[in-house]
Design a protein around this ligand. Structure first.
Ligand SMILES: [Zn+2]
Length: 127
């Protein structure tokens, strides 16, 4: 889990065999879950442009890169747990640490595929 070779998305794969290809745009996620994993991983690695580009264009006005970067860098991203995934909806728990305190971000995200690419559309938060 803590090996730097393991992808931050907790897939058990190495980064090179997992999210790196998406982050470098040498391949695109084929499923909503793969996109979700690569976005979590992008938070862990502070790849804000990737987060921006995989947010659906009609939803980008709800975000700004500076805030995304602040949120990404303010926390240590411990691990990702996919609770449930179907074609367009992924429920997940993102475990993160801020200082000595541990938190869980529990979200049900909706994704949309357009022109062969998956995008993050919206999320419902638990608790
Ligand atoms: Zn990954």
């Amino acid at each position: 889990m803590t090996s730097p070779l393991n992808c931050a998305c907790s897939s058990g794969e190495t980064y090179a065999n997992c999210c790196k290809n998406y982050h470098l745009n040498t391949s695109v996620p084929q499923t909503a879950e793969e996109l979700m994993r690569s976005r979590y991983c992008a938070y862990a690695l502070h790849l804000i442009d990737y987060l921006w580009e995989t947010t659906h264009p009609t939803k980008r006005h709800l975000y700004d890169k500076a805030s995304m970067e602040k949120w990404a860098k303010a926390n240590h991203w411990v691990r990702l747990e996919i609770v449930h995934a179907d074609k367009k909806v992924v429920e997940f728990k993102a475990y993160y640490q801020k200082g000595l305190a541990q938190f869980v971000h529990h979200e049900r995200s909706t994704f949309k595929k357009e022109d062969g690419r998956w995008y993050y559309l919206s999320g419902d938060y638990y608790n």
